[in-house]
Design a protein around this ligand. Structure first.
Ligand code: MRU
Length: 354
């Protein structure tokens, strides 16, 4: 078992995310939740204000706000709005039902439910969850930067979906090491899987990296095998929506296939995630609920019909990568390798704040 202990916060140089993804505007009694509308990127940077529980639920479901940690932060603020309309347990249940896979959603909602009584306390706690996520991203970044320095100098790194700043309150999880390594002067190319069907890789990851001056290249998901054969990438790094007690990790559909390919080509496969993404109540990934999405995201993506009328579809939003295919999990608490049940338990319980 290997841990590289997390750097203490005062040693970490802060890097700001390119755009605020989640914000609370105003006071606890009358304020609202402002979300960057990620469905409009990369063409438009605009914000949506949520003032009701239904608007928050809808924004999470439609992926206005998406990415496990960002969903958690949005839902923590969302609890303030939902509790204006309903009792706390009902509010928690309602928001949790928006999307099932990312455990950060229920983690944040349950924290607000257990630790805050009135709107003022809820706002303070939501702000703390927000700030904690930002700090966790920085810590992941400092832990992951060394991996990029080891595997990717003047070379490439492959990522899938968006586990970037747009998916968190900070500099992302899978991208965090990229931002930190880039700020230290390392030069590398990030290969961004397009990520069918909703294109988080090309619409979001490529957009935020380009904005930060990091060289990014987009490829379709089916090109990843050929990319690995080409020898252009020294490592793969992705995020996670939920990690079970044995280290099995759910992430955007296609991640599992990428892990199999990386293993076939002896390329290290890393998962980056904060402690809020671990779900120790599940012994393995078989118990992780997988969200199913509407078929028209495949057949009518972005306004154009690409399959015959009446055709059936199968559209899971996530898949589970078994621990044995994961070289290491990079967390805010340290780097876990090899990935197994004992290691996950030791890593997570070493944080007294949890
Ligand atoms: O459907 P999405 O866009 O919410 O899926 C996001 C992902 O799969 C991310 O990789 C994951 O949430 C980690 S975000 C730091």
């Amino acid at each position: 078992m290997r841990y590289f202990p997390v750097m203490t916060e005062n040693k970490i140089q802060k890097i700001d995310p390119p755009v605020p993804v989640v914000q609370w505007v105003g006071d606890a009694d009358t304020g609202c939740l402002r979300l960057l509308d990620q469905t409009l990127l990369p063409l438009e940077t605009s914000f949506m204000d949520c003032r009701t529980a239904e608007q928050v639920h809808d924004a999470i479901k439609r992926l206005v706000v998406r990415g496990a940690p960002a969903i958690g932060v949005a839902a923590a603020y969302g609890m303030i709005l939902a509790c204006r309309e309903m009792e706390k347990p009902r509010a928690a249940e309602y928001l949790e039902s928006a999307r099932p896979t990312a455990v950060n959603l229920s983690w944040a909602v349950r924290r607000v439910m257990a630790e805050a009584e009135n709107p003022g306390q809820m706002l303070d706690l939501a702000r703390e969850i927000h700030a904690q996520d930002e700090r966790m991203c920085m810590s992941i970044g400092h832990n992951a930067a060394g991996l990029l320095e080891k595997h990717c100098e003047n070379g490439g790194v492959l990522t899938h979906c968006n586990a970037g700043a747009l998916a968190t309150a900070g500099i992302g999880t899978a991208t965090a090491g990229m931002y930190v390594a880039h700020s230290r002067g390392l030069r590398f190319t990030v290969y961004c899987d397009e990520t069918r069907p909703l294109l988080q890789g090309s619409r979001l990851t490529a957009w935020e990296l380009q904005k930060a001056g990091i060289e990014a290249v987009v490829l379709t998901d089916s090109m990843a095998g050929a990319l690995l054969v080409s020898g252009r990438v020294g490592m793969v790094i992705v995020g996670a929506d939920r990690i079970a007690a044995n280290g099995d990790a759910a992430n955007k559909i296609g991640t599992y296939g990428l892990a199999v390919l990386a293993s076939r080509h002896d390329v290290p496969f890393y998962v980056a995630a904060p402690q809020s993404t671990f779900d120790l109540s599940l012994s393995d990934g078989g118990g992780i609920p997988i969200e199913m999405r509407e078929g028209d995201e495949i057949t009518r993506g972005f306004g154009r019909q690409t399959a015959p009328d009446g055709i059936g579809t199968w559209s899971p939003a996530f898949d589970v990568t078994p621990a044995e295919l994961i070289t290491a999990i990079v967390t805010d608490l340290g780097i876990l390798s090899p990935v197994n049940e004992q290691g996950v338990r030791d890593l997570i319980t070493c944080d007294p704040r949890r």
